[in-house]
Design a protein around this ligand. Sequence first.
Ligand code: URA
Length: 238
Amino acid sequence: MFSPCVVRRLDQLLANLGYCSRRDARAWIQQGRVTVRGKVVDDFGAKASATDVLLDGEPLDHPDGLLILLHKPTGLVCSHDEREGPSVYGLLSERWRRRNPTVTSIGRLDKDTSGLLLLTDQSELVHRLTSPKYKVPKIYRATLTRDLSPDLIPLFARGTLLLKDEASPCAPADMKILSPREAEVTLTEGRYHQVRRMFASQGNEVLALHRSNFGPLELAGLPAGQWRLLPLDSFPKT
Ligand code: URA
């Protein structure tokens, strides 16, 4: 976790916030581009808290961390591995992509799934919000190839549905039938391709999948491909 109160070396601060390499940071600092509490500091080994530092007269870019709400479009993966194709990280600025700790998604959405995706550099948030222990509800709208059977509602709610190659059954999931081939499913866990596999286990196929809500958050009109920043304390520990 990158806290503004923590005192760090100036070259490390700039490099970890994605401005440049450590070597370039040293050069920039020696060139007098960095001030600490209003005074030029040209010793790159000097330590300071991020909020006291200006680069070229500007405060540092979100030194205390990032929490990003993205409307993921279909066609992008949530992987950092470039071999998997274009990713959601390509929607962020280069500086944010270069940060250390790395900006990563909180759970994943499949390439063919759209909707609300959170990204952060706060590893504690990733662990907490993806842990089934915290039961953060996530709401999905699924469009199916076949008419929905109302029998799926109690089946998904029972918490006994065992998917192929899984050791434990899915946690109870709420399902609402919105139209003959459209359902809203609320999950409190995030297994691999879970919604698609739940329907597939009952002989139905998901044609389109969209996540509308993550805990208390919703997209609220945010267009696909766009993001907005959230306060870091959006998910206080209870
Ligand atoms: N379930 C899926 O099948 N895919 C997702 O992306 C999310 C949940």
